[in-house]
Design a protein around this ligand. Structure first.
Ligand SMILES: [Zn+2]
Ligand SMILES: [Zn+2]
Length: 268
């Protein structure tokens, strides 16, 4: 029995002898299959070829990726809050050295997400770290490929994970697409972890909002307005997107407002 990983999106699937027939995540209009069609990688096969990549980002915040890159290449964020550690988003593997490092920091209180494209290895992470609760918005439970008893659904438009660490469901890309507001981040000015609920653009100081980024499917103007208006009610100066280089270090709140205005104007 093997845990199979979709080569394109890095979603984990339940253990089986042979790979599953399909990856529903990649067959959805928001993702895609690679040029060779559906391909699979056995979890065991990446044990020796890949490792976690750990980078300190600011006091109380580390990033954890996988190197060499796998799937869509995102990195997770490890928030070290006063009352415990929270993992935001996830990557396709947790190697032993990184598991020990996280345990030495006190383990995890919860794993939570921007959206289903980053669920990937969540069942493995949770199990290896002592069955950590995986907080998922009810709206996106249908996108879970690797079921585990450690999933704890939440509903509504926001959920406090720990004091100073709150998830807000802004929807858009997925119905459950969320951001995490970390009040101690950015030297107390607040940091917003966005995955691709709000996508940090390559041009400094700009973001975007899409139903699908790889397939370039836009969101309607009213949705962009709604997402930007919700973001405007949160307290943050810095944004961490879903990838290492997708960060706005300062004045990020103005960047979201400016970018929403530009987007809506372009749709007129
Ligand atoms: Zn896939
Ligand atoms: Zn996505």
């Amino acid at each position: 029995m093997t845990t199979w990983i979709c080569k394109t999106c890095a979603a984990h699937f339940p253990d089986s002898v042979s790979p599953p027939a399909h990856c529903p995540i990649c067959e959805d209009e928001r993702q895609y299959l690679g040029p060779n069609g559906q391909e699979w990688v056995a979890r065991d096969a990446i044990e020796t070829t890949h490792a976690n990549d750990w980078r300190e980002l600011e006091p109380g915040l580390a990033g954890v990726g996988v190197t060499p890159g796998l799937g869509i290449g995102q990195r997770a964020l490890l928030i070290q809050a006063t009352e415990g550690n929270v993992l935001w988003d996830c990557v396709p593997m947790l190697d032993d050295a990184t598991a020990e490092r996280i345990k030495a920091l006190g383990g995890l209180k919860a794993i939570c997400f921007s959206h289903p494209h980053f669920y990937t290895g969540m069942a493995e992470w949770s199990a290896k770290l002592g069955n950590v609760p995986i907080l998922l918005p009810e709206a996106d439970l249908a996108h879970v490929m690797c079921q585990t008893d450690n999933i704890v659904p939440w509903s509504g438009d926001h959920h406090e994970v720990l004091p100073g660490v709150t998830i807000h469901r802004l929807a858009g890309h997925f119905e459950g697409s969320s951001v995490l507001e970390w009040s101690h981040g950015a030297n107390g000015k607040g940091a917003l972890m966005v995955g691709d609920t709000i996508q940090v653009a390559p041009a400094a100081g700009w973001v975007s909002f899409m139903r699908s980024y790889p397939n370039m499917i836009p969101l309607p103007a009213r949705e962009v307005r709604r997402i930007a208006d919700r973001a405007a009610t949160l307290r943050f100066d810095r944004i961490y997107g879903g990838w290492w280089d997708r960060v706005i270090l300062a004045d990020a709140k103005a960047a979201v407002a400016r970018s929403a205005d530009r987007y809506i104007k372009a749709l007129d």
